[in-house]
Design a protein around this ligand. Structure first.
Ligand SMILES: C[C@@](CO)(OP(=O)(O)O)[C@H](O)COP(=O)(O)OP(=O)(O)OC[C@H]1O[C@@H](n2ccc(N)nc2=O)[C@H](O)[C@@H]1O
Ligand SMILES: Nc1ncnc2c1ncn2[C@@H]1O[C@H](COP(=O)(O)OP(=O)(O)O)[C@@H](O)[C@H]1O
Length: 282
């Protein structure tokens, strides 16, 4: 096999708690992660002795700063792979959006290289390798619903949820994850999510329990910097959806009772915000 094309799914955080700042500057977190249907299309092709990255957008770097490049470099060095690859990223996931757009591209490259070079690695092997590239990469390899701890790389898979429809609203500007974590003051966090209660609700597939427990402590940092996010949450609430900021933001997702409800709410929101998408949990 010389070429492989994969869907690289985005994630949302049904909850996000920051526990402490670590001596290495990273933060220990506790989050419930959920893969969603929104996806980039990643094509990896075996090629001459170099790496080439192309994309359908001009908002991401196409050199060694691209996390897909780092994923290939890791695999090439670790497994002494011959030659190079050409990678095409068809981005559908907004950039710097809190949806793990970069991490999921890296995860797709790990999976594709494993198949193209017939390395025989398991998803768990790949997730472990991914943890060395970025905090969210391990989850993006495994996908589904999971409790993430450590810096995000220690994963406990949870039972898949029934399909939940959602509306994603992205205001059209990016947020730097590093900057948001730099500004977090753990001792000043007002409301920590009850992660155990949320895990329980997820295990029971109780959507009502999930809705009441969803919380993201990074909202306390990102929203004062970008009040647009509070406005999006308000409008989603008025449309009958349960809203939460994903990751470090700025994308807000709203859980809808039905697909029709999500589609109708999205129609109302579309004229106002740069990107409004209907998706579902997978
Ligand atoms: C906030 C979350 C929630 O899922 O997602 P996004 O908003 O990025 O999608 C993640 O914790 C983001 O994970 P990811 O985006 O992979 O982080 P990385 O590239 O490894 O780190 C970017 C920077 O964020 C900070 N960082 C990241 C993760 C973490 N647990 N503690 C941190 O302090 C570090 O300063 C790091 O240099
Ligand atoms: N393949 C990629 N796709 C998206 N962003 C990338 C990629 N490679 C590197 N980046 C960089 O990663 C940073 C975070 O982007 P992204 O992963 O989309 O956001 P988030 O961490 O909020 O989910 C941005 O500065 C972006 O330029």
């Amino acid at each position: 096999m010389n070429e492989i094309e994969l869907d690289a799914h985005a994630k949302i955080n049904l909850s996000l708690d920051v526990i402490r700042k670590r001596p290495d500057g990273y933060h220990d977190v506790k989050m419930i992660m959920q893969s969603i249907s929104l996806a980039d299309r990643v094509t990896v092709k075996r090629g001459a002795d170099r790496i080439e990255i192309r994309a359908n957008v001009n908002t991401i770097p196409l050199d060694e700063r691209n996390i897909a490049f780092q994923a290939w470099k890791l695999m090439k060095e670790k497994f002494h792979l011959p030659g190079g690859v050409s990678i095409h990223l068809h981005k559908e996931i907004p950039v710097e959006a809190g949806l793990a757009g970069g991490s999921t591209n890296a995860a797709a490259v790990l999976r594709a290289v494993n198949q193209i070079f017939d390395l025989g690695l398991t998803d768990l092997d790949l997730a472990k390798l991914g943890g060395g590239i970025g905090a969210d990469v391990a989850f993006c390899v495994l996908g589904g619903t999971a409790l993430a701890e450590g810096i995000g790389e220690i994963l406990t898979p949870l039972l898949p949820l029934p399909r939940i429809w959602l509306v994603l609203v992205n205001p059209g500007f990016g947020v730097s994850t590093a900057e948001i974590y730099r500004r977090v003051q753990v001792e000043k966090i007002m409301r920590h999510p009850d992660t155990d209660a949320l895990v329980h609700a997820v295990k029971k597939g109780k959507i009502a329990g999930i809705l009441t427990q969803m919380a993201n402590v990074l909202e306390e940092v990102t929203i004062p910097m970008h009040p647009d996010i509070a406005e999006i949450k308000k409008v989603l609430c008025q449309a009958g959806l349960s809203p939460l900021m994903s990751g470090s933001g700025p994308t807000v997702f709203g859980l809808a009772p039905t697909q029709e409800h999500a589609v109708q709410a999205a129609q109302i929101l579309k004229p106002r915000w740069k990107t409004v998408l209907v998706a579902h949990t997978i």
